[in-house]
Ligand binder design. Structure first.
Ligand code: ADP
Ligand code: MG
Length: 380
């Protein structure tokens, strides 16, 4: 099989989780707040040093293919998934850290391209494994940052820091209230009992997302540039108030205004959600989920009809407190706060209606906030 190492006796295994985002979409690259949690679904990456100085092989069991590369000849690939790996290796080499030849075989139970951040799981799992394998001495935040940088330079998505941060830093039973400007964070306990977090995977893979993602980021920058003409010291949308934004509405243009307005309101919602969770006010949690989805749909315009359908479907069901599309957008999963006694019925009803509407079989998963990236040595 292409790229599968001939002799493979792995020395270590890394478990690199995906994440949900309870609330706070597209706020991270605007230096705002987010509230993600790592989940049990993950990529497992097995590593071995192969004794060579520069030859590396990486094999994805999900794609049933692999590739080889030379550490001294690193360059972006035409094959998208290879760039998540090569980008991380490039960032490590760029820092001056010494790597040797290695083999890696990876396998994932994360749905790919479904808004649960398999991409960050892949990058961070690679960084974590290489750090361990070659004793690089990187701390967790350095691994988070170089994984994000890899996505910028090799993949071309100008992502914020949320996905990598959540995957690496996650803590069981908690969501992470992260301030993306200072990188200060607070672990918020998640006690949803008797409710559960159920994800419905629309199976709409967000192909548009990486290009549209960069468009949204640029629109926010355009809005900020307009605001700066009146408020020259502004560094990010994070510092903008509603009245500042409104004072520039007329000169901003409708689309730019709505993008910025969403970001301001979404930041507020993150803080309100953290507060509601602390107070165990689950009605409020649900209401904020619905409000956030409306913002995603109407103002930030990163939803899709399938996600809207599944969110709207929940609105007449009293056992469901709230729902919204989670992740960067254009498909992926909806996140639903569902009474535990209603989960099976809900999944059956949603599956049927969705199948009738779009002839797609959705997938449903219950998720629990879980620990971040971990690593274990293999006894050979
Ligand atoms: P998401 O992060 O929401 O899952 P992205 O489009 O950001 O979606 O990232 C998905 C990409 O990450 C895939 O197209 C692929 O390139 C890469 N990827 C994720 N998981 C794997 C895997 N198990 N094997 C190979 N590549 C993977
Ligand atoms: Mg991603």
């Amino acid at each position: 099989m292409k790229g599968f190492p001939t002799y493979f006796t792995p020395e270590l295994v890394v478990a690199s989780p995906g994440r949900i985002n309870l609330i706070g979409e597209h706020t991270d690259y605007n230096m705002g707040y987010v509230l993600p949690a790592a989940i049990e679904k993950k990529i497992s990456l097995q590593f071995q040093r192969n004794g060579s100085q520069k030859n590396c092989r990486v094999f994805s069991k999900n794609f049933n293919t692999g590739f080889e590369f030379d550490l001294s000849l690193l360059a972006p690939s035409q094959v998208t998934w290879e760039n998540y790996i090569l980008g991380v290796v490039h960032e490590i080499v760029k820092r001056g850290d010494r790597l040797g030849g290695f083999d890696c075989v990876l396998e994932s139970d994360l749905p790919i391209g479904s808004g649960l951040s398999s991409s960050a799981a892949l990058e961070c799992g690679m960084a974590y494994g290489l750090n361990q394998l070659f004793n690089l001495g990187l701390d967790k935040l350095e691994m988070v940052k170089l994984s994000q940088a890899a996505e910028h330079t090799y993949v071309g998505t100008q992502c914020g820091i949320m996905d990598q941060f959540a995957s690496v830093m996650g803590k069981a039973g908690h969501a992470i209230l992260l301030d993306c400007r200072s990188l200060d964070y607070e672990m918020i306990p998640i006690n949803l009992n008797p409710y559960k977090i159920i994800l419905l995977n629309t199976k709409v893979v967000h192909n548009l997302a990486s290009s549209e993602y960069n468009v949204r980021k640029r629109q926010c920058e355009e809005g900020l540039a307009v605001l700066r003409r009146r408020y020259p010291t502004l560094k990010s949308l994070r510092e903008v108030t509603g009245s500042m934004l409104d004072s520039c509405k007329a000169i901003m243009g409708d689309i730019t205004y709505r993008r910025c307005d969403f970001v301001l309101k979404e930041n507020e919602r993150v803080l309100q959600m953290a507060e509601a969770l602390k107070q165990n006010n689950l009605q409020k949690v649900g209401q904020l989920l619905y409000e956030a989805h409306e913002g995603i749909r109407k103002d930030y315009e990163v939803s899709c009809v399938e996600s809207d359908f599944l969110v709207d479907f929940t609105k007449d069901l009293p056992e469901i407190l709230g729902a919204r599309q989670t992740g960067g957008g254009f498909g992926g999963c909806t996140l639903n706060l569902v009474h535990g006694s209603f989960v099976d019925e809900f999944i059956a009803m949603a599956t049927l209606s969705y199948q009738e509407a779009y002839t797609i079989d959705l997938e449903a998963y219950e998720v629990l906030p879980s620990q971040g990236t971990s690593c274990s040595m293999v006894q050979n």
